[in-house]
Design a protein around this ligand. Structure first.
Ligand code: ATP
Ligand code: MG
Length: 335
């Protein structure tokens, strides 16, 4: 069963950590840690830390160790990974896992080294890194080893990346350090401006997920939410609708989608026709937004399709890359 030398495909994200091993997703947790402020002792990690967000006592802080796709707090990232690796081991003693981690396209070598070191210090026996769009393409099952061009657009929480891949390598790519969290911010700002109501990040995110859309979906959903009055300071309830969310996220969404436009503009003509035929595959949590496929299709003029299970595509790709080291080696050479 490979119990003593686990291979883990890790999508180390700004919002979520997903881990794939032995043919399935074995861990899916928010990338959050709760710490005591005074001595930085870890109190909770993952879902437990997220549950504390916004409702914890004052001697505790809840934070995301990654920001915009890259490590913002090195030690906390290490502590989080160690906790997740142990959780997967389930109390069993085993040699440190061999891991493949995703890093955003276009990160600096310093940022890459930070990920590598955090993984090793968290207990990994060996750590490999590959760019997220490549792993996402692999996880989505795109035939990236062929000479034909395939395009992936990963819509993450803190960063978004578009890439055209062929012959196991990235031909052109572009990224913005902007993702679903910017959409949440757009909702927070919209509600503050329109209703003088202050809502928190978790509320904004649940509005986006429950009733949000990128374009008119022919269905107007609505939802009651509570916030704090900006003037009086007291709690108040309002109802928000799908069309309000569309308006609230319009600006950040169009900035995010500019990454896909930039890639298409740089794509060599030989591959551009492949992309027009095959379309763009959307991955990452942002691909779950209602109507995002139509929105991108209209914005860039090339058909866009949602991957099957977009939240876990990168982790699946990381796991597959690790399982098939021959593929891995070919890809690494091609980079
Ligand atoms: N149903 C949904 N509709 C819209 N957005 C969603 C939905 N489900 C999740 N999201 C958003 O997807 C984002 C998380 O996606 P994902 O897990 O791919 O990001 P990440 O890998 O943590 O971030 P990054 O790759 O940028 O470091 C969050 O912003 C979340 O709000
Ligand atoms: Mg991601």
């Amino acid at each position: 069963m490979g119990m003593f030398s686990k291979k883990l495909g890790v999508d180390l994200g700004t919002v979520n950590v997903m881990i794939y091993s032995g043919g399935q997703i074995v861990l899916q947790e928010p990338a959050m840690v709760a710490l005591t402020i005074e001595d930085e002792r870890v109190v909770a990690v993952g879902q437990e830390a997220r549950d504390m967000y916004g409702r914890h006592p004052e001697h505790i802080e809840v934070l995301r160790p990654l920001r915009d796709g890259v490590i913002a707090d090195y030690e906390v990232t290490e502590a989080m990974l160690r906790y997740f690796f142990r959780k997967i081991a389930g109390g069993m003693r085993f040699r440190g896992p061999e891991v493949m981690l995703s890093v955003p396209y276009g990160v600096t070598s310093v940022e890459k080294r930070a990920v590598h070191e955090a993984a090793v210090r968290a207990g990994a026996r060996e750590a490999h890194l590959l760019p997220e769009p490549l792993l996402a393409a692999l996880g989505a099952g795109l035939p990236i080893s062929t000479p034909a061009g395939n395009m992936i657009f990963n819509l993450g929480g803190g960063a978004s990346e578009a890439a055209v891949l062929a012959m196991n390598g990235i031909v052109v790519a572009d990224s913005v350090r902007m993702g679903g969290m910017r959409l949440d911010e757009g909702i927070i700002n919209y509600i503050r401006r329109k209703y003088s109501l202050v809502v928190g990040e978790p509320t904004a995110e649940s509005i986006k997920i429950q009733i949000g859309a990128a374009v008119d979906i022919g269905e107007e959903l609505s939802m009651e939410i509570q916030g704090r009055d900006q003037v009086g300071g007291l709690p108040r309830t309002i109802t928000v609708t799908t069309s309000e969310v569309i308006e609230a996220i319009e600006e950040p969404l169009s900035s995010i989608v500019s990454a896909a436009k930039a890639v298409l503009e740089k794509t060599p003509p030989e591959l551009a026709s492949d992309i027009i035929d095959r379309g763009i595959v959307l991955t990452g949590g942002g691909a779950l937004l209602r109507g995002i496929d139509d929105y991108i299709t209209r914005a860039v003029g090339v058909p866009a399709y949602r991957a099957e299970d977009p939240l876990v595509t990168t982790a699946v790709g990381a796991g597959r890359a690790l399982e098939d080291l021959a593929i891995l080696r070919r890809m690494v050479q091609g980079l």
